[in-house]
Design a protein. Structure first.
Lengths: 258, 438
């Protein structure tokens, strides 16, 4: 079984900060393989180990060269090899473009049975790219999947938690699946995993080799920050902790927080 | 002779990608050694914090073009030493453009500097491995005693001819292997530091600086609310690093909370004026070794050398606080000793004792010896409470014209003296001890 895991080398929002005027400062945020993507890699690895399959990482990067940290970090988490489409023109690519590029690369890789992705990217968090890629491929797409079960010969069984229980699907053809953030607990790569990662194959695909894209790039005209409403402007003196707790509870109650 | 004939995973494994670890790894890789540099943080620099400025001469021995290539913030041309009281302060303000020609000291932000150092390592062939916490070193018993032969993290074990412990002031590695004792409480201090964003121009105006020149403030007295230690403040390009370093034993004895002392320092009128309108960008706490030479102790054994903060190599001379340059100095000595030991195929305790010899023959080791008495001197209580008050009393008599006839300066001093809580004998003793310690 051949599984592709789509992952994104994206700035870690935990290191971004919001300044007084509401602007987000990303300058200090380092790129990472997000915890969402780590979940997808872990699920893929577990399936591949169970059915002796192959796990291929796939990423789209808006830079001319692939940062070695990006591929090493992902490979250390359990991928067998990585394929990257790296091109400057993909910098700030739209979700549609990214989805289409992924679909082309998946076709190029060939014989793919299952595509896994994390819940969303951590920097844009559109939660759309995996479905768009599926659309371009003409494959079914499932999002918010909590469990993937693969047994030889009987297809892929997907379980999706719902508000009242869960839904289970059995899919017998290639499909794209986006996982919930807590589908599994991803392992922390050990020293040997990291060392081995440096020796695994990394293949770079040129955008040109994927043919002309159909999707039309769009331009973001503007963004605005959400208003946070009027602030209560209450300051609690915490010298006496228990009094402060009571005061806080009182303020929350009065404000209608239950 | 202690040497294992089977090929290890790496010739050298360095634990900790701070200044000492990265520089040691870089130099060994330059010698052609296979080096693994392991860092606990998600990226080199993410866990590191420095409360001092970087004196560059050691670094320039390793990277001749350090000043132009490394991400440095400002070149220090203004040193400001202040005794701070609640409502007054007395300062020595030494500003000199000669300090920038050639450049003597610079400010750095560790997140940037350590990332740069790690890049230099990678470019030289070091395998840099962030996000891994080393749990223990692997040891074997030989005829010469315990020999360190590798490291363990989780279930993974990797072997090396030599392990370099550069794991910071609290070095668990050298403690676990029985090389170094747990530091005493009066040898350790806790540093609390914030980085406050301010526009470049505002910093230059407020601190009277031009271009990429920078200022370094060392403050004692009310900044620590009487706790042994001091406050510091220095300028980066578009931020100010400010914090306090508090001796652990005194902090506990005086029942103060480090974060409260930090807040107090920042809101003191002297500092608040510099910081007004700034935004807190980073905030962190870190342990600082303050024991001086006494704390250095054992820094090598079979298969292991200890460098930087982990070896107790920090120096508070009262006027300057040093750590990073000593880290580089120790890394230079360690890389040389370890390289030679591997070359000669003997990595036993005796062979690695060359590290200690090289260290104490270098400026780093000599300075540690020179200031050996300083920690003891700095434990003198009066420095943090009474002298600032005494100086301010004298100045007040001189500058406050209250309409009464002026008194001779000697009498002013004597009066201020008798009203302050400092005794002549104490002053003489402190003065003498201070001079000796310097």
């Amino acid at each position: 079984m051949r599984i592709v895991v789509a992952f994104k080398w994206a700035a870690d929002y935990q290191e971004a900060s919001v300044n007084g005027s509401g602007e987000v400062d990303w300058s200090r945020a380092r790129p990472v393989v997000s915890s969402y993507d780590a979940v997808a890699i872990e699920v893929a690895r577990q399936i591949a180990d169970a059915v002796s399959g192959e796990v291929i990482g796939l990423s789209v990067i808006g830079e001319p060269t692939v940062p070695s940290m990006a591929t090493k970090t992902a490979l250390a988490r359990g991928l067998d090899r990585v394929v990257v489409v790296a091109d400057e023109t993909l910098n700030n690519a739209s979700t549609t473009q990214t989805g289409e590029v992924l679909s082309r690369a998946i076709r190029q890789i060939g014989d793919v049975d299952l595509v896994l992705a994390g819940d969303s990217s951590i920097d844009v968090a559109a939660k759309m790219v995996s479905s768009i890629a599926a659309g371009f491929l003409g494959w079914p797409a499932f999002t918010d999947v909590g469990n993937v079960n693969v047994t030889h010969g009987s297809g892929v069984e997907l379980t999706r938690p719902t508000a009242v229980g869960s839904e289970t699907f059995t899919v017998t053809r290639p499909t794209v699946v986006a996982l919930t953030a807590d589908a599994v607990v991803a392992r922390v790569p050990g020293m040997k995993d990291i060392l081995a990662a440096g020796k695994k194959p990394v293949e770079q695909l040129s955008l040109a080799s994927l043919g002309d894209l159909e999707s039309v790039p769009y331009t973001v005209r503007g963004t605005s920050r959400p208003s946070h409403g009027a602030r209560l402007q209450k300051v609690i003196d915490a010298t006496d902790t228990s009094a402060a707790v009571k005061q806080l509870a009182g303020i929350l109650r009065d404000a209608g927080v239950s | 002779m202690t040497w294992k004939t089977e090929e290890p995973d790496f010739e050298v494994i360095v634990i900790g990608a701070g200044v000492a670890g990265s520089v040691a790894a870089y130099q060994l890789a330059k010698q052609g050694r296979s080096v693994l540099l392991i860092e606990r943080g998600e990226a080199p620099g993410s866990k590191n914090l420095s409360g001092g400025i970087l004196y560059c001469n050691e670094m320039e021995k390793v990277f001749p073009d350090f000043l132009n290539q490394a991400p440095i913030e400002r070149r220090i041309t203004r040193n400001y030493v202040s005794f701070l009281n609640q409502d007054s302060s007395f300062a020595i303000d030494y500003q000199d453009t000669r300090l920038a020609h050639p450049v003597n000291a610079v400010t750095v932000l560790r997140a940037k500097l350590d990332a740069w150092l790690a890049d230099q390592c990678t470019d030289t062939g070091v395998m840099v491995m962030p996000g891994v916490r080393v749990d223990a070193v692997l040891t074997e018993t030989t005829d010469d005693g315990t020999q360190v032969v590798g490291v363990q993290a989780g279930e993974d074990k990797l072997t090396a001819h030599v392990v370099i412990a550069a794991d910071g002031a609290n070095s668990f590695i050298s403690r676990a292997v029985g090389l170094r004792p747990k530091p005493k409480q009066n040898q350790m201090a806790v540093g609390v530091k914030g980085v406050i964003s301010l526009p470049r121009r505002t910093i230059e105006d407020r601190f009277s600086l031009s271009g990429d020149q920078g200022a370094a403030f060392a403050v004692v007295g009310d900044c620590t609310q009487g706790v042994g230690g001091g406050g510091f403040c220095y300028t980066n390009l578009d931020s100010v690093s400010i914090g306090v370093v508090l001796r652990l034993d005194d902090l506990v004895a005086k029942k103060k909370a480090a974060t409260r002392v930090f807040d107090h320092f920042l809101s003191h009128p002297l500092m608040a004026a510099y910081l007004e309108g700034g935004e807190l960008r980073e905030y962190g706490c870190h342990l600082v070794a303050e024991g001086g030479l006494d704390m250095v102790g054992d820094i090598h054994m079979g298969g292991l050398v200890v460098v930087g903060d982990a070896a107790g190599l920090t120096l508070n001379t009262g006027l300057t606080v040093r750590g990073m340059d000593l880290a580089v100095g120790s890394a230079i000595a360690a890389a040389k000793a370890v390289g030679t030991a591997i070359e000669r195929q003997d990595v036993g305790a005796q062979a690695l004792s060359v590290y200690r010899d090289l260290l104490f023959a270098s400026t780093t080791g000599k300075d540690m010896e020179r200031f050996a008495r300083m920690p003891e001197f700095l434990e003198r209580e009066r420095l943090y409470s009474k002298y600032g008050d005494l100086l301010a009393r004298i100045m007040h008599h001189i500058f406050n014209h209250d309409g009464t006839p002026r008194e001779p300066a000697v009498k002013v001093a004597a009066n201020a003296f008798s009203r302050s809580k400092v005794k002549i004998g104490q002053l003489l003793s402190d003065g003498l001890a201070g001079v000796r310690a310097l």
